[in-house]
Design a binder for this molecule. Structure first.
Ligand code: ATP
Ligand code: MG
Length: 565
């Protein structure tokens, strides 16, 4: 990826694009229409980003369009809050459905008419069996199902009962409408699937108008047909539903003939991508909310500081296949690092401060030193940093008794202060507990800018901030939310969580320029990683999230396994 070119402009190739290309070439399809069909029962996660990227980028590449359609057929789990968050997240990811925003609930009347059409054709019936009895009649993978005793109800009776279901005469579970297909089919989805169930629940959009609701299977393909969707792309678990999808399209007077194609879903290491699990994380209080920066949700990744282009790059690299696998979280982090290395401005921040007093620097004085904002992008210019007698350096950058390979500060040792001077440690001051609390040092005024006129070298450069000018801040460091690569939730979520997924540092010191940090503009804290301002920040306290550390564990994974990005 170059600086200005996004993955959106790259030519891509996969089996779905091959299908689209040939459908256009042989005229089966005049113009490509895809859709992203979220159920508004939770926030979007990185798995959805894969589907969003696929649907919208195909539409863009082949000059068609992509609809955003809320698959809102289950009023008991759906909420307006989710509808809003989904739109915000799709936009933030960089995609635009323009005026093509739809709701399956807008088709309820049409779907109802088509259900009556099936009844009139003798292809659907009202069943009085309970859910449990229906299950018992369904059979298994090896045994055929058994017909319901209500299967041969006359058309008129079915129509009457279905209308009364709609009118609210029956209780939940008393009756359902089923398609009359084949109770002996090898595909269980074709064993007279349920089309409508009674739910006395208000819907976020249709209110109390309906007390019967179509099932996913009955709504999805018909919604595609209404919208003129040509390629209905979904994940592999729906492959077994495709014959049913096709059955509806063949047996109903729908206005167009969509086709369903399946691809593998995204699985990500060290996390879960099931909405049910994500809801549980939120409601059981394991995380601070849907946008907790440890969550694999789009809102969590945004708050954590992942740029949308990094997420696009990630899902593009994962690609589209038909085989299931687990993608390393390290790849997502690698994508962020690669992008941020080019775009993020550098700043100095000391996360675990150790005080340094420069004994030969005049008291009460300060000077401004020039620092480069981004060595990868000269156009980002430079800024000035205040330097004075008292500084903070990183606690880890000093060792009283350094081992062989430790080249940073130690008693008697000289190092470079980034963009400033050479500094020599003269003495470590300790408290009663024997901990080092302050370093007494001297600096060499001749080394301003970081080089010695006599040509002498130092082996390390460390970062620092001037103590009187520094801003105090809280910094939140994140690690994997789950302990294992593929979390086993068998014993409940709590047991599978990584106890060290969040570390909060309360006493960090930042260069003063960070007072101007903005939400959504990540920065690199030199030598540490990429960080983003958190919305919890206020006038009297800045809070930063670590997006990713500088160290690239993906490079290690690659070296070890030969994995390709
Ligand atoms: P979950 O299983 O987490 O509840 P879902 O599939 O029920 O997710 P929907 O809101 O129905 O969630 O998903 C909208 C679209 O996103 C669907 O087309 C679905 O196939 C796709 N999608 C969901 N999860 C993934 C994933 N992990 N990888 C790729 N696509 C996904
Ligand atoms: Mg779904």
């Amino acid at each position: 990826m170059s600086d200005t070119q996004d993955v959106l402009e790259e030519e891509r190739s996969d089996f779905i694009r091959d299908i689209v290309r040939s459908d256009l070439a042989d005229g089966r399809v005049k113009s490509v229409v895809t859709r992203f069909p979220p159920e508004p029962n939770g926030y979007l996660h990185i798995g959805h980003a894969k589907s969003i990227f696929l649907n919208f980028s195909i539409a863009q590449e082949f000059e068609g369009r992509c609809n955003l359609r809320f698959d809102d057929t289950n009023p008991t789990r759906e909420e307006q809050e989710y509808i809003e968050s989904i739109q915000r997240d799709v936009r933030w990811l960089g995609f635009d459905w323009s005026e093509y925003l739809y709701y399956a609930s807008d088709y309820f009347e049409q779907l109802y008419e088509w259900a009556e059409h099936l009844i009139r054709e003798g292809k659907a019936y009202v069943d009085d069996l309970s859910a449990e009895e229906i299950r018992a009649h369904r059979g298994t993978l090896t045994e055929p199902g058994r017909d319901s005793p209500y299967r041969d109800r006359p058309v008129d009776e079915n129509l009457d009962l279905f209308r009364r279901m709609r009118a609210g005469e029956f209780k939940e579970g008393e009756r359902v409408l089923r398609a009359k297909i084949d109770m002996a089919s090898g595909n269980i989805n074709l064993r007279d699937p349920v089309l409508y169930r009674i739910l006395h629940a208000a819907h976020p959009r249709t209110g109390d108008k309906w007390c019967i609701y179509p099932t996913y299977d009955f709504a999805h393909g018909q919604s595609d047909a209404i919208e003129g969707v040509t390629h209905s792309l979904c994940t592999l678990e729906f492959a077994d539903h495709r014959p049913l999808y096709d059955w509806f399209i063949e047996n109903l007077p729908v206005p167009s003939q969509p086709h369903q194609y399946e691809f593998s879903r995204l699985n990500l290491s060290h996390t879960v991508l099931s909405k049910r699990r994500l809801i549980q994380l939120v409601t059981e209080g394991h995380v601070a909310g849907w946008d907790d920066p440890r969550m694999p949700t789009i809102s969590g990744l945004r708050r954590r500081g992942f740029p949308p282009a990094a997420i696009r790059d990630f899902v593009a690299r994962v690609g589209i296949t038909k085989s299931d696998n687990v993608v390393e979280m390290a790849l997502l982090e690698h994508c962020a690092r690669e992008l941020l290395n080019k775009s993020a401005e550098r700043r100095m921040a000391v996360l675990r401060p150790l005080k340094v007093v420069i004994e030969n620097y005049p008291e009460g004085e300060a000077e401004e030193l020039q620092a480069i904002n981004n060595p990868e992008d000269r156009s980002a210019g430079s800024r000035s940093l205040p330097f004075s007698r008292e500084l903070y350096i990183e606690r880890d950058d000093f060792m009283e008794d350094p081992p062989k390979k430790f080249f940073r500060l130690a008693p008697g040792r000289e190092v470079r202060l980034r963009y400033a001077y050479f500094l020599t440690c003269r003495e470590a001051i300790k408290n009663e507990a024997g901990e080092v609390v302050e370093l007494r040092c001297t600096y060499d005024p001749e080394t301003k800018g970081g080089n010695a006129p006599d040509g002498r070298k130092v082996k390390a450069t460390i970062h620092w901030v001037s103590s009187e000018h520094a801003l105090k801040a809280e910094v939140r460091l994140y690690n994997h939310l789950f302990r294992d690569v593929e979390p086993d939730i068998g014993d409940g979520l709590a047991a599978a969580l990584n106890k060290d997924s969040l570390e909060v540092l309360q006493d960090c010191r930042l260069e003063p320029g960070l007072a101007e940090a903005a939400l959504g503009t990540p920065v690199q804290f030199e030598r540490q990683g990429y960080f983003a301002l958190d919305p919890d920040s206020s006038a009297d306290g800045l809070v930063f999230n670590r997006t990713v550390a500088l160290r690239d564990s993906w490079a290690k994974v690659q070296a070890k396994t030969g994995a390709k990005p």
